[in-house]
Design a protein around this ligand. Sequence first.
Ligand code: IMP
Length: 179
Amino acid sequence: MHKDVKKVLVSEEEIEQRCKELGAQITQDYKELNEIPILVSLLKGSVPFLAKLMKYIELDVEIDFMDVSSYEGTESIGDVRIIKDLDRSIKGESILLVEDIVDTGRTLNSVKELLENKGCERMRIVSLLDKPSRRVVQIDADYVGFTIPNEFVIGFGLDFDEKYRNLPYVGVLKDECYQ
Ligand code: IMP
């Protein structure tokens, strides 16, 4: 375990197993819908999750990436800046948005609005982690890997100050590392 990690919340094995289950569920649901989604991954946190999850989705999916950031000092909904936009048009397409964590819900809500404005036909959300106790904006993912308590987590894509994204598990950062 990394020296800055207080405890492991979700192990590498648990992530693998859950991605397998989510992939099977997503495959089945989209087969029933007779749709093939474009997997839209939000940079940078959802990259390890996308990579693991998509192995288990048995559909001819495409992937694309988007990077957004919140404007400093604003708490309003729908107020995000696009740092990297999608490479392709999503007009009339089915989107499965891949996110690392839903916390207050602000990011997801803004991105959902953005993608709907681009004319996507249907949008679903899959998030590795969910912290429902922190929600400010009412939005939920359609598929959730793990529901976690209100703790700041790192690893498997999640960062503190851009570090720890490469850890293969999700862990809680030691308090002294915040200072
Ligand atoms: P929201 O807009 O408050 O839902 O925040 C979503 C974004 O905040 C996520 O995509 C993460 O990048 C970041 N975030 C929220 N909680 C954590 C955490 O516990 N660890 C690391 N990043 C987090």
